[in-house]
Design a protein around this ligand. Structure first.
Ligand code: COA
Length: 294
């Protein structure tokens, strides 16, 4: 009998194991727990499906939401491959949304089972999100760079209001996680001393199986969509100055920088589908999210 219950810190190694098994991945590190799961436990809602078997083998699935300003982001939903198709994913989702009737969204993988479940829980396909990756030596952003746009390191306090203005949510916990736990830099992007946006640059993403030593440029947030390509160019320059060799980012297909970044030398290695109860919740022309803490 599988029960759905709130996770505890003891469950985090099992969540990591379910995630790696489901994705068919391994990590080049001995870390027992993953930063996203720690964040979900501390500042979101993390549920596990527990079969009752002793130890880590008892955990057969998990799911999580990060709810900010009344909007729920479904940040994880994974069931161990041997248990697929027995209703466990649906039960986790049901429990996560049981006391949340409000707006919700997620970034869905290619799994048709996941997409079917999300539609049943009120989220419809909206736009696709490309996972972009590029070697710094082959990235040329000169066509989108704007010499009047500058970038400098800032504090979470300096960007939280602008972030809220663009995303419609108070994402302070996510920014604090990216800076405090993941060692990211918040950077303010300015034109003639006036803030036009901000970004997070994380140099050394050990927890990413497909790019363990990459530098993550995400999210990139701009007040005005027309500034989006120049903001990306400035954030990539900042990553370059930190010593990045490989850059990864996540860019919605409708985002003004999407095609320009492909032309600049990044390539798309995967994609997610934004599914939402309200297409206006996330503006894909001004907000290029991180896939973890959207
Ligand atoms: C997505 C996932 C969590 C679902 O968990 P699960 O326990 O297998 O899900 P359930 O059994 O509750 O429900 C699956 C539903 O999808 C349906 N489904 C399965 N395969 C399908 C397909 N190819 N096309 C359409 N629907 C499909 C099932 O019929 C079922 O619907 P039903 O309840 O009406 O019968 C699980 O498959 C998983 O971990 N997948 C890999 C990781 C992943 O992609 N996670 C989502 C990240 S966004």
């Amino acid at each position: 009998m599988v029960t759905i219950r709130a996770a505890t810190a003891n469950d985090l190694p099992a969540c990591r194991a379910v995630w790696l098994a489901t994705e068919g991945l391994d990590l080049p590190t001995g870390a027992e727990t993953l930063p996203l799961h720690e964040h979900e436990l501390r500042r979101g809602r993390l549920l596990v499906a527990d079969s009752g078997a002793a130890g880590a083998a008892g955990i057969v699935g998990f799911g999580a939401t990060l709810t900010r300003s009344g909007v729920a982001y479904l940040s994880d939903l994974f069931v161990a491959p041997a248990e697929h198709g027995h209703g466990i994913g649906g039960r986790i989702l049901q429990a996560l949304f049981a006391d949340h009737a409000g707006p919700r969204f997620t970034m869905a993988s290619g799994s048709l089972a996941a997409r079917a479940l999300y539609e049943r829980h009120g989220m419809q396909p909206s736009w696709s999100l490309s996972y972009l990756l590029g070697d710094v030596v082959s990235i040329d952003t000169s066509a989108i760079a704007d010499p009047s746009v500058t970038v400098r390191r800032a504090a979470v306090d300096d960007v939280v209001a602008l972030d809220h203005e663009v995303t419609g949510r108070d994402r302070r916990p996510e920014l604090e996680h990216e800076v405090g736990t993941l060692g990211g830099h918040v950077v303010l992007i300015e034109r003639a001393g006036r803030p036009i946006g901000h970004a997070v640059v994380i140099h050394g993403t050990w927890w990413v199986p497909w790019r363990p030593r990459g530098t993550r440029v995400a999210p990139v947030v701009v007040r005005d969509a027309t500034d989006a390509p120049a903001a990306f160019a400035a954030a990539i320059d900042y990553a370059r100055a930190l010593g990045a060799t490989v850059i990864n980012s996540f860019v919605p297909a409708p985002h003004p920088a999407h095609d320009a970044l492909l032309t600049a030398g990044l390539r798309s290695i995967d994609s997610d589908l934004h599914m939402t109860s309200e297409p206006s919740l996330v503006d894909p022309t001004r907000y290029a999210p991180s896939i973890d803490t959207v």
